[in-house]
Write a protein that binds this ligand. Structure first.
Ligand code: LMR
Length: 393
């Protein structure tokens, strides 16, 4: 039977991890997969996580099951972190899921359960796992323009024109902040215009928020999402704790469905619990419990915010230094977008050949579409990197 399998296309981001590992050059630079790195090039366990884990280890007296929807304390803390008081609790059904990816997958399945012929729209470009999951689930897919490859900024006119084709109950995946892979983000006013359009069409927003706190700040990064949540009848949200709590391998995420009416809670909750049961039964507890401890303890929460700010500010300094170096090397403002983009990534606007040449000649690894992980930039090598990039740009 297994001989019937056909080779699956590799995920372009995950593929880079293996390529980078296999390269024996000692001066290679990893700007590929989206994990935060400190100035030593390490992905640290956050201070508050270490402390919360120590508390958990000391206090936990059972490893018995928690519940199909996971730890409801965690789900509630995440709902508050993302949504604040934008929507009454009675309209939000949440489920703990294995990572942001698990949350996206569960919500796509929920949509499929409710409307098997639903059409899912996502930005062109987007995180490659969005189209991969939509296709795998057999849902209809449509794309909307998002990025102007010339200016490396949002193509808002193109986006609104394409979304003009939305039908009722179509679902639109939007990145809550820190667009992956481009780093080009919608303004609050643009989010508001999209909200009006979606409401006029009867379409439903689906927010993927994997980088809250990595853009302009914990509250700033969800301001547009909250405004949208307050003005739409229905919405889906997949939130990840991989990046802002550094819990990548522990797989911590939450899926939320905002319902038009609180009376839908029973049926929606039941569907989400059932989908968890069908796919993995109980979600993994450890990382979610750690997040819950941090968010509910004022001291740990304050330290988490402080460390997250340090990470965000480090990325902003790297952005500014790299933009300055690229300006010097190209004698132009062509790469000014690098300073203005927000989040962990920027798409550099280089050709595929340029990306291959940087990898083969200089040992600089970025994703094939020229996405770079800003946190991976070694500060002492910024001049060298800018020179190499300017040489192929
Ligand atoms: C990325 O975009 O590099 C990260 O979100 C990691 C992943 O799972 O793709």
């Amino acid at each position: 039977m297994l001989k019937n399998l056909t080779p699956q296309p590799p995920d372009k981001i995950i593929e880079m991890i293996g390529m980078f590992k296999a390269d024996t050059r000692t001066d290679k630079v990893d700007l590929g997969v989206g994990v935060y790195k400190d100035e030593k090039g390490k992905t640290p366990v956050m201070r508050c996580v270490k402390q919360a884990e120590a508390r958990l280890l000391a206090a936990q007296d059972s490893k018995s099951y928690v519940g199909l929807l996971g730890d409801l304390g965690f789900v509630g803390a995440m709902r508050d972190l993302v949504l604040g008081d934008a929507v009454p609790e009675s309209r939000v059904s949440g489920a703990q899921c294995p990572g942001g990816t698990g949350a996206i997958r569960q919500l796509l399945e929920l949509i499929k359960m409710a409307k098997p012929d639903a059409t899912i729209w996502y930005s062109d470009p987007t995180w490659p796992n969005h189209p991969a999951m939509v296709k795998h689930l057999g849902l209809q897919a449509k794309t909307y323009r998002y990025f102007d490859a010339e200016s490396c900024e949002v193509d808002f006119d193109g986006m609104m024109t394409d979304l003009g084709g939305l039908g009722a109950d179509d679902v639109v995946i939007l990145h809550g902040c820190c667009h992956n892979p481009t780093g080009a983000n919608l303004s609050g006013a643009q989010f508001a215009a999209i909200t009006d359009l979606l409401n006029a069409k009867g379409a439903i927003p689906f927010i993927d928020i994997a980088y809250q706190g990595f853009g302009d700040g914990l509250e700033e990064d969800v301001a547009a999402l909250r405004a949208m949540a307050a003005s739409v009848p229905q919405m889906f949200i997949a939130a990840s704790c991989s990046k802002n709590f550094g819990l990548y391998r522990d797989r911590v995420g939450v899926a939320m469905a905002i319902m038009a009416e609180p009376s839908e809670m029973g049926i929606v909750k039941g569907a989400m619990a059932s989908l968890n049961r069908l796919n993995f039964s109980f979600p993994p507890d450890h990382g979610a419990k750690v997040v819950e401890i941090i968010l509910n303890d004022p001291e740990l929460r304050a330290d988490w915010r402080a460390e997250l700010s340090e990470m965000r500010e480090r990325m902003l300094v790297l952005r500014a230094d790299m933009a300055d170096a690229l300006k010097r090397e190209t004698n132009s403002d062509r790469f000014e977008f690098f300073r203005n983009h927000r989040g962990m990534f920027s798409r550099m606007g280089l050709t595929g050949d340029a990306v291959v040449s940087l990898r083969e000649t200089n040992g600089i690894y970025m994703v094939g579409d020229s996405r770079v992980n800003v946190a991976g930039l070694p500060s002492e090598k910024i001049g060298e990197l800018a020179k190499a990039i300017a040489g192929v740009a």
